[in-house]
Structure formats: structure tokens, C-alpha cells
Design a protein around this ligand. Structure first.
Ligand code: BJ8
Length: 383
């Protein structure tokens, strides 16, 4: 049974949130609110939030500007990097246009080299992200978070106090908990909503700038979905899929759509945009606020870490909690770290959990949609 009532409208509103927020950012900018543009889940949001800045995600996920980007960048490069650079280059992304400062991290090679070119037309601050989750790495990222705070203070002429940072941590933790509560509804079988609907809320909420308000709306949405579920309004029982790999927003959502159009349902997203983004809270009791932030962010299990045990710890937990029937990995074209690590994911999923595993290498074009459809349909038929 499909969800009725006004819930689909709410999902739709979240799905359109990125576009809907263009004007909000413009208005904030006119009120003198600094706008900080970011590209990665490792970005310590709380530091910018503590100065009252508006934080906007700049990762672009459509192939509209890839041709423009390829004038400067190699064509054999991750589409997320080319798309993001292309939107910046052509001034087609209002968020980029309004950003007073862009922050990048030393994650994958393509991204960090692209930032050098972005720096030619916008102020860019690079945070040095260690590639190991070690005590030394933690100390380095802690220092980098302090250096970032100092850079903001110098650029915007403000003082960012520890008290403000703690307040920002409290609010972000509440937002993470609200997102998790919604997400955890997908443990139900049958599920209360489609995986694409869930993702539209997760993604859309990152473009909501009044965090107190979005927390209330998420809590309200979760309660309403649960109440309707208890009245028997939910989706049909379907093969359950866990998504992992490169981020699946925008053009890469074609994989999720192929799964759901062929009778499956995405119950969990291990990748950025999904659990990686909000699974862990910042420890509010740590007297060293910078160490608490460094630990929380450095714990993210991105494939740019080597080794990368935290990705597998999270994936194992999600498999146990969400009970997928198969795992589908999305690897964006030329994303070497996820492509190489995919062998470990395949072994992990097959050997430890005896689940089928499918790797889909793709970009943001629609040229491979038919082929993806065929492969996904074959997987679902087997389940
Ligand atoms: S924490 S996943 S947001 S780096 S897909 S640009 S890795 S070549 S987006 Fe990412 Fe931060 Fe990691 Fe998450 Fe490079 Fe791969 Fe492209 Fe990627």
C-alpha cells in the first residue's frame, strides 16, 4: 500500500529544497550573514555555525556543466568534481556565487587539486585532513579545526567563543538525532516510505538554514509517518537494499530509482548523504571541544582513509539493523579510492553476511540508465 495523505507533498518539498533555498541565501547575504561553501562531510560544521554563518553544500551532481569543466580538467575525472567545478566556473550555482569563503579538505586527489583552480576565482581555505585515523592524525585535525576558526575570525572580524561552539554542537547533535530517528523507520519491514523519499529529506534538510525549525519539522514528520504506519499505511513488502560507495545524490540517484522501479526498496545509505553524515554525535561532555570535534569528524569512514576500518564497522552495523537482502555499491567514474576499496566491500558483504553484492560504476549522464536497469533487475530477480 502506498502512503496517502499529505506526506508525499512533504517529501516533494524537501526534494525541492535546494532550489527553494536560493532566495533564502540571497536574503541572508543581504542581511550581512557570511556564507561558507563546503564540499565534504569532514567539514566541521559547528565552527562556522558558531559564528552565525550560513553553511551551504557546493557538491554539484548534474552533468549540465561537465563539458565546461573539461576545458580545464581532465575528462577522466570524477563527475562530482567536474560538475562542482563546472558550476563554479560558469557561475551557474547561486550557492557558489553567494559564498564568501569556500572550504575544502585534502580528501581525494582530484578534489584537492581542483581546489587549486577554484582558488583562482574565490577565496578558498584548505583544511589538511590526515589519511589515517591515528592519535597523530587526530592531533593534526584538531589543530586544523583551530586554524580554521582563526581563519574565520581574521576574515570576518569576529570572535568565535568556546561557548558558541558548544551551543552549535548541541544544535547539530539534535539535528543528527532527528535525522537518525527518521532514518531508523526504515528498519521496519515493510518499509513506511521509499528509499528515494527518505533521501529527499536527508538531502533537502542540508539546505534548511534554520536548524531549530528543521529539527522540529523532522520530529513531526517522523511521528506522522509512524502514526500512519501503525494504521497500516506503508509500502508493499519488497527486497531490501543497502547502498554504499560514492555519494548517490543527483545524477547517481538513477541507481536508487532503478532499484525501486524494479520492485526493490533502498532501506539504508551507508555513504555520504546517508549514515556517514549523521551517525555519530559530537561528545558534548568532552572538556576539549576541539578534540571532540576532531574525533567525531575524523571517525568518518571515507575511502580516502587508509586503512578504513570505520566504514566496515558502520556497514556491518547497518546490515544487522536494517537487514538488507543485498548490497549495491555506487562507484562514481574515476573515483579511485572507492573503486579500489570495492573489493574489500564485496568480500566483507559476501563472506561475513552471505549477501549478494553488486557494484555499479557510473557518472551523472543518463547514457547507462538502460544497462543499470538490466543489472539491477537481474539482481532483484535473484533475491
Ligand atoms: S567524506 S565520500 S564527501 S571525500 S566521489 S570527489 S571521493 S573521486 S565525494 Fe566525498 Fe568527503 Fe569522502 Fe564523503 Fe573524490 Fe570519489 Fe569523487 Fe568523492
Amino acid at each position: 500500500m502506498e502512503l496517502r495523505t499529505e506526506l508525499p507533498v512533504i517529501f516533494e518539498e524537501f526534494a525541492e529544497q535546494r532550489k527553494a533555498s536560493f532566495l533564502q541565501v540571497k536574503a541572508l547575504k543581504e542581511q550581512g550573514v557570511p556564507v561558507v561553501g563546503v564540499f565534504c562531510t569532514y567539514f566541521p560544521q559547528e565552527i562556522a555555525a558558531a559564528m552565525g554563518a550560513c553553511v551551504v553544500g557546493l557538491c554539484s551532481t548534474s552533468d549540465e556543466t561537465i563539458k565546461d569543466a573539461e576545458r580545464d580538467l581532465p575528462s577522466n575525472l570524477c563527475p562530482l568534481i567536474k560538475s562542482s567545478y563546472g558550476f563554479a566556473l560558469t557561475d551557474k550555482c547561486p550557492y557558489f556565487y553567494f559564498s564568501d569563503l569556500i572550504v575544502g579538505e585534502t580528501t581525494c586527489d582530484g578534489k584537492k587539486k581542483m581546489y587549486e583552480f577554484l582558488g583562482e576565482f574565490k577565496p578558498v581555505h584548505i583544511m589538511e585532513l590526515p589519511n589515517r585515523q591515528s592519535p597523530d592524525g587526530l592531533a593534526l585535525y584538531r589543530r586544523e579545526i583551530i586554524r580554521f576558526r582563526e581563519a574565520l575570525e581574521a576574515r570576518f572580524g569576529v570572535i568565535i567563543t568556546e561557548e558558541r561552539i558548544r551551543q552549535a554542537i548541541r544544535v547539530r547533535n539534535q539535528e543528527r538525532q532527528a535525522l537518525k530517528a527518521l532514518y531508523e523507520l526504515m528498519r521496519l519491514d515493510p518499509v513506511p516510505m521509499k528509499g528515494e523519499q527518505l533521501y529527499s529529506v536527508l538531502y533537502g534538510s542540508t539546505f534548511r538554514f534554520d536548524k531549530e525549525q528543521v529539527i522540529r519539522e523532522l520530529q513531526d514528520l517522523t511521528a506522522r509517518i509512524r502514526a500512519e504506519y501503525d494504521q497500516g499505511k506503508h509500502c508493499e513488502k519488497a527486497p531490501r537494499i543497502l547502498i554504499t560507495g560514492s555519494p548517490s545524490s543527483g545524477g547517481a540517484m538513477k541507481v536508487v530509482r532503478a532499484i525501486e522501479e524494479n520492485g526493490g526498496v533502498v532501506v539504508a545509505y551507508e555513504n555520504c548523504g546517508g549514515s556517514k553524515s549523521f551517525d555519530e554525535l559530537v561528545d558534548e561532555s568532552d572538556p576539549d571541544v576541539y578534540a571532540a570535534l576532531a574525533r567525531r569528524y575524523l571517525n568518518i569512514g571515507c575511502s580516502c582513509m587508509t586503512p578504513n576500518p570505520n566504514r566496515f564497522a558502520l556497514m556491518g552495523r547497518l546490515i544487522e539493523e536494517y537487514r538488507p537482502d543485498a548490497v549495491v555499491e555506487i562507484v562514481l567514474q574515476a573515483c579511485h579510492t572507492y573503486a579500489v576499496e570495492s573489493l574489500k566491500v564485496k568480500r566483507f558483504v559476501q563472506d561475513n553476511y552471505h549477501l549478494p553484492y553488486l557494484k555499479v560504476e557510473t557518472d551523472y549522464s543518463s547514457s547507462d540508465a538502460g544497462q543499470i536497469n538490466t543489472r539491477v533487475a537481474a539482481l532483484l530477480e535473484m533475491l
